[in-house]
Design a protein around this ligand. Structure first.
Ligand SMILES: Nc1nc2c(ncn2[C@@H]2O[C@H](COP(=O)(O)OP(=O)(O)OP(=O)(O)O)[C@@H](O)[C@H]2O)c(=O)[nH]1
Ligand SMILES: [Mg+2]
Length: 216
């Protein structure tokens, strides 16, 4: 049985914030820009990071990825196979990365060797929202294959993110999903001021706009 003392949750979040601030300062001291990719299982986070990193590397930007997963090294292996230098970061049981895990992972990276660090969070649209890691941008990735109701069901993660991405627009018709419905929900949630970025990693559509949104 899990017993949570009153106030314990707040303490955990406060401690996470402290470490996230330290991660941010550390990466800034080394001139690094960083992005936390949160999002659903299978939305295309790994595929997106690989493609964005390829584009940056072709311009001479030095990129490293942190592969956050509960267990295993599948995403880490995919990063490395694509030529993207990476470090694996398993949470063991947890459904999200936290600032402390990222701090420990950063200590394994020679930070002077990189300009950009992309962190792939554990696939989950709930838990990562509460745990900032100390990155410049927090991004949430969903895809058309999850249906058209993800924004309506998961307000928190969209409100905690700087950038929202809808991937797999190439198969929207096949899964009977209208990307405009999702775009409309996101616009409504953000008070009509923000648009979701629509892309297809597979077809290399919309990716330059995403890099521009991250000022990369
Ligand atoms: N049709 C299509 N498939 C895509 C696209 N992007 C990714 N995929 C496929 O979607 C599947 C899942 O992609 P991943 O990159 O592993 O997704 P992920 O979000 O990293 O998954 P987890 O790490 O398990 O949460 C793979 O089979 C990809 O090839 C896309 O734009 N279009
Ligand atoms: Mg992945």
């Amino acid at each position: 049985m899990h017993i949570v003392q009153p106030g314990m949750e707040l303490d955990v979040l406060k401690e996470n914030s402290k470490i996230a601030n330290a991660n941010y300062r550390l990466m800034k001291e080394h001139g690094i820009k960083s992005v936390d990719f949160m999002g659903s299982i299978g939305a295309g986070k790994t595929a997106l990071i690989i493609k964005l990193a390829e584009k940056l590397r072709s311009k001479g930007v030095r990129v490293c990825a942190i592969a956050g997963d509960v267990t295993g090294a599948d995403d880490y292996t995919r990063f490395e196979k694509s030529g993207l230098e990476a470090v694996n970061c398993s949470t063991g049981h947890e459904c999200h990365l936290d600032a402390n895990l990222v701090s420990k992972t950063l200590s394994k990276i020679n930070l002077d060797d990189y300009d950009v660090i992309f962190i792939e969070n554990v696939g989950n649209l709930v838990c990562p929202a509460d745990f900032p890691l100390g990155t410049d941008y927090r991004v949430v990735v969903i895809s058309t294959t999850e249906g058209d109701d993800m924004v309506r069901k998961h307000h928190d993660i969209f409100l905690h993110s700087d950038i929202a991405i809808l991937n797999k627009i190439d198969i929207a018709d096949a899964v009977d999903v209208d990307p405009e419905v999702i775009a409309g929900d996101y616009r409504k949630l953000t008070g009509g001021i923000k648009d979701i970025y629509k892309c297809s990693v597979k077809r290399d559509q919309g990716l330059d706009e995403i890099l521009a949104a991250m000022k990369l």
